[in-house]
Design a protein. Structure first.
Length: 172
């Protein structure tokens, strides 16, 4: 099997050859898992925390990387919507991945986000009620990792105005 380029992935998608709900990671096409109700609730809560500040907050929007095109659960990208009418963003200020049953898969995206110089990534880990925060991308990896929870709050360094309380975030 040969790795698929981002360009080939786009061509196959536009031709209708790829199935729905796929994502390109490191040249391999993966089928995304269905989203549970709690997964969607946590995404909505994260989006609300960032939307209050007036930024463009996206859910499931692709980020084009060197050999990947992940579709994070939540992202805040630089610039305006109008800047992305011809191509997807190539980086983000913030990415949030909600991990209900997909922890290892979502964790595997970290290298793609680091290569794309995403400033801050939160892995929101539902079963353990914790958030793993990754910052400072350097040479395809994040130089800083912090774990918060259960309980407490998480403050974004990329957006210092945003603090998320973990108890309401994980509420069923």
């Amino acid at each position: 099997m040969f790795p698929l380029s981002v360009e080939a992935y786009h061509v196959l998608g536009e031709a209708g050859i790829l199935p729905e709900n796929t994502e390109l990671l490191y040249g391999v096409v993966y089928t995304k898992m269905p989203k549970s109700p709690i997964h969607e609730a946590i995404i909505a809560r994260l989006m609300e925390a960032f939307q209050k500040q007036g930024w463009w907050v996206r859910s499931g929007g692709p980020i084009t990387c060197v050999d990947s095109e992940p579709e994070p659960d939540v992202s805040v990208v630089p610039g305006s919507r109008e800047e992305y009418t011809r191509q997807h963003p190539r980086t983000a200020e913030f990415v949030g991945e909600v991990c209900v049953t997909s922890y290892e898969y979502d964790r595997s995206k970290l290298r793609a986000y680091a290569v794309a110089n995403v400033k801050e990534v939160w892995l929101v880990v539902w079963p353990e009620k914790r958030v793993e925060i990754y910052r400072n991308p350097v040479n395809g990896a994040f130089a800083e990792k912090t774990v918060v929870g259960p309980g407490g709050s998480v403050r974004s360094e990329a957006f210092p105005e945003v603090t998320v309380e973990l108890e309401p975030l994980f509420r069923e």
